[in-house]
Design a protein around this ligand. Structure first.
Ligand code: ADE
Length: 418
């Protein structure tokens, strides 16, 4: 079996951490048990480009238990947990191509590695796998039934490909399932971003001016958590609706140029480029902490930060101190890559349980129905989304009510009024 990981001797630690996360992923575990019995993915070859974490390990082993052969590469050069990569190779015989800290060239070589078995289904987080296939590996297209996409940024890229008529196989947008983005993006990013900032810096959030750039589901989650820890949250937005929501949620809304002067901590979660630029770094307070929690490392204009600086040193793990020519110090976390995965472990397993249950059930759906789909981006079927919600509630011991006959009749009627 071909693979490329950092250190196979880390496998034992990884195996135990995978087990720990698996114990918190109850819906996925139910799916795993059924997959073991029914083998709905028998004979299916899958290439996955995902963050190599304990939660991802539970997803790919579930797919393997369903009969698939799976190979895995990283969806970010800095998010790989090397012990997890080691255990997947040693204990689960899954070919993994991922090393934490790999350079861009190796990152793309690893994507090639994960494609070497000629996939029938792709799992992507950010669309680098799909775009590589479209750019340089079109020879693989004839074997591919369909794929899934995990994240907002990836879905945006893939919808753009579909609109331009260049998407060559169907994609299911797992991100857009309600049981994904309303939980993973909101509670998951909310907690794991704060977790990353705290693990990297050990700072107290209470009393700090905490600037959240972007008030989508991820930004909303981070703002809420930072606020509940005693920070004064300031939101920057370009969308008038989201800006209004932020204001009415109780936050100060400012243009980034104003926020830059007063912020102590900055996090970008916009999915867009150059959100914090040179002119903003220059006006920041001495000691400002800057991080990105969006998918790509493009939200902070790091080349401008470098140009403005006279010195750079690593002051703590994952914390680079930039001393500007104006004498002020700016602290950049995780090299501007996803702070929740570079400085912490990503979202906790309880929330990834729902995201990855959608993934596993979407893969099963593709095996059954994928050949009838068009070359475009689809939502996760509603039955799957609702099933994940019901199973998650059941796993938490929560019961809910059913509509009575009278209520059903009322909801489908028009006759009843004042
Ligand atoms: N994205 C965010 N958190 C994650 C995790 N724990 N595993 C995989 N992908 C993630």
């Amino acid at each position: 079996m071909d693979y490329d990981i950092k250190d196979i001797s880390l496998a034992e630690k990884g195996r135990l951490r995978i087990e720990w996360a698996g114990n918190q992923m109850n819906v996925l575990e139910l799916i795993r048990k059924r997959f073991r019995k029914e083998k709905p993915l028998a004979g299916i070859k899958i290439s996955a480009c995902l963050h190599v974490t304990t939660e991802t390990a539970n997803l790919v082993t579930t797919l393997k238990d369903g009969g698939a052969s799976v190979s895995l590469c990283a969806s970010n050069p800095l998010s790989t947990q090397d012990d997890i990569a080691a255990s997947l190779v040693k204990d689960y015989k899954i070919p993994v191509f991922a090393r934490c800290g790999e350079d861009t060239k190796t990152y793309y070589q690893h994507i090639e590695g994960a494609l070497s078995d000629r996939p029938m289904i792709t799992l992507d987080d950010g669309a680098d796998l799909v775009s590589t296939i479209h750019r340089t590996r079109q020879d693989l297209l004839k074997d591919i039934i369909a794929g899934t996409e995990e994240t907002t940024t990836g879905v945006i890229r893939l919808r753009s490909m579909a609109e331009k008529g260049i998407l060559r196989y169907p994609i299911i947008a797992v991100n857009d399932a309600n049981t994904k983005h309303l939980f993973d993006n909101y509670y998951g990013t909310g907690q794991s971003t704060i977790d990353g900032i705290i693990r990297a810096t050990n700072i107290l959030l209470a009393g700090k001016n905490f600037v959240v750039c972007g008030y989508g589901w991820c930004g909303k989650g981070v703002a809420k958590r930072a606020c509940s820890m005693g920070a004064q949250v300031i939101v920057t937005e370009i969308d008038p609706l989201k800006a209004l929501q932020a204001k009415m949620d109780g936050f100060l809304v400012l243009p980034i140029q104003e926020a830059a002067k007063i912020g102590d901590i900055f996090v970008t979660l916009t999915g867009n480029v150059s959100v914090i630029r040179g002119e903003h770094f220059e006006t920041m307070k001495d000691g400002a902490i800057v991080a990105n929690s969006g998918h790509f490392n493009v939200e902070l204009d790091i080349s401008s930060l470098k140009e403005l600086s006279r010195n750079k040193r690593r002051i703590r793990d994952s914390v680079d101190e930039y001393t500007l020519k104006n004498g002020k110090r700016i602290y950049l976390l995780g090299e501007g890559r996803l702070v929740n995965l570079t400085c912490a472990e990503g979202h906790p397993p309880q929330v990834m349980d729902m995201s990855f249950s959608n993934q596993a059930l979407s893969v099963e759906y593709i095996v059954k129905n994928g050949r009838n789909l068009e070359k475009t981006v689809y939502d996760v079927p509603e039955e799957i989304d609702r099933q994940v919600a019901y199973l998650k509630l059941a796993s938490m011991g929560i019961k809910i009510d059913d509509l009575t006959k009278e209520q059903k009749r009322y909801l489908s009627s028009w006759e009843f009024g004042t």
